[in-house]
Design a protein around this ligand. Structure first.
Ligand SMILES: CC(C)(COP(=O)(O)OP(=O)(O)OC[C@H]1O[C@@H](n2cnc3c(N)ncnc32)[C@H](O)[C@@H]1OP(=O)(O)O)[C@@H](O)C(=O)NCCC(=O)NCCS
Length: 388
């Protein structure tokens, strides 16, 4: 967190020169234009409200919208789903071989590291050096949309010492959920899981997307941009928060302990994961919508207990810090209710955000200017070279 003197943009004059406004963490800075997503009041992907997409669309439809700019026709949707499923069913053998060796050497490594490495290997195999045409970028994006979830389940199998099971037929939501849980999911389970993918698909200039845009703004390639984005998403202040949310709820364990636990965290100046947002200061629309879905999903099951605990923590955070939950707060509970292990929560975010990252990479390349901000120097004054 930043000190209060660094919170807002400030114009500074040093050595007689005007230095542009400075804002720590680029808070409040508009760093570019995008036609992909708007956060103005409501969250919209290419003009469609997130609520309508999460309730009516499937993940492939939304990914197509993000990449191509329009919702697909039935034929376009079918073709898109088939191409992604084909990519998911044929993970490149060089990736499989590398992951197998890595799983043998360090089976406890994070699946996020496996995804970052796997995408990087794909870039090397494809000899991806510089961005190609819009068509070739779209083809790369479609391939990655299938290969990334396939990499995730391959790593889960290999790191558990098992052979890689085949990719089941179906949509990304149904096939991935089936592979991660080891059982054929219910229609309701697939719908809830698919909604989380839609919510996670895109979010404007967040840290990982900005990292991807920065990389390709130098003239670098799609795989380098996605590799950087996965690294950025891994951090607990960004995508890694959904895993931490469940760890925290498990640690609190009961509603009676919630008050004391939050007090301890705040007294120690720790952030409570799943709360607060850089842009949404009055609540995250995705958290409200998915929170409702989660409560409906667990009604009448043992999952209601966790919902009561989550609700209590929400009340306390609002009273104490005036902070509302972000998307990771309900997403972690949905994944837990679906029987998913915590270590795949952030990798699932990668699977979904692949669509947004690729759309932004293509948009950046289509109207590029090198992303290169300036810094405000705060080191020693000029001095003579002298060895200590
Ligand atoms: C998301 C996040 C990084 C945004 O950071 P930011 O925009 O720099 O937030 P700010 O510093 O403006 O926050 C304002 C105040 O709320 C506090 N705050 C913000 N999020 C908090 C949280 N989750 N728990 C406790 N306090 C929090 C800050 O410490 C700050 O307090 P201060 O005024 O006493 O310094 C931050 O809210 C956070 O760390 N949240 C938890 C991680 C998380 O859920 N990440 C997923 C984001 S989608």
């Amino acid at each position: 967190m930043h000190s209060s003197s660094e919170k807002s943009a400030a114009s500074v004059t040093a050595a007689g020169k005007d230095i542009p406004d400075f804002s720590k963490g680029l808070a409040g800075i508009v760093a570019g234009r995008t036609a992909i997503c708007s956060l103005d009041g409501n969250l919209r992907y290419r003009g469609y409200s997130i609520e309508s997409l999460a309730t009516n669309g499937d993940f492939e439809e939304v990914a197509y919208l993000l990449l191509y700019g329009e919702l697909p026709s039935t034929t376009e949707h079918r073709g898109f789903c088939q191409r992604i499923a084909a990519a998911a069913s044929s993970l490149d053998p060089a990736v499989t071989a590398a992951l197998a060796e890595l799983a043998r050497r360090s089976p406890s490594a994070s699946p996020m590291d496996a995804l970052r490495t796997g995408v990087s290997i794909l870039g090397q195999i494809e000899l991806d050096q510089t961005p190609g045409s819009r068509e070739s970028l779209l083809a790369q994006a479609e391939c990655l949309l299938g290969q990334v979830p396939a990499m995730l389940v391959a790593w889960i199998d290999l790191s558990a010492g098992r052979a890689i099971a085949p990719w089941p037929a179906g949509t990304i939501a149904s096939s991935l959920l089936e592979r991660l849980t080891g059982r054929v999911p219910s229609a309701n389970g697939v719908a809830a899981f698919g909604s989380t993918l839609v919510f996670y698909a895109e979010h404007e200039f967040n840290a990982s997307t900005f990292a991807a845009r920065t990389v390709v703004s130098t003239g670098s390639d799609m795989h380098s941009g996605i590799t950087a984005a996965i690294g950025a998403l891994k951090g607990p202040l960004h995508g890694g928060a959904n895993e931490q949310v469940l760890e925290q709820l498990t640690q609190i364990a009961s509603t009676d302990r919630a008050e004391a636990w939050v007090s301890e965290q705040l007294a120690a100046k720790h952030v409570v994961m799943g709360f607060g947002h850089r842009v949404y200061k009055d609540g995250d629309v995705r958290a409200t919508l998915l929170g409702k879905m989660c409560r409906t999903m667990v009604r009448g099951t043992s999952g209601e207990e966790l919902e009561r605990l989550a609700e209590r923590v929400e009340q306390i955070m609002l009273e104490r810090k005036k902070l509302k939950p972000n998307l990771d707060w309900p997403a972690a509970r949905v994944y837990h209710a679906l029987g998913l292990p915590v270590r795949v929560f952030t990798p699932i975010f990668v699977v979904a955000r692949m669509s947004g990252w690729a759309a932004h990479i293509i948009e950046q390349i289509g109207d590029n200017r090198l992303i290169r901000p300036m810094s405000l120097y705060c080191g020693p004054a000029p001095r003579e070279y002298r060895r200590p």
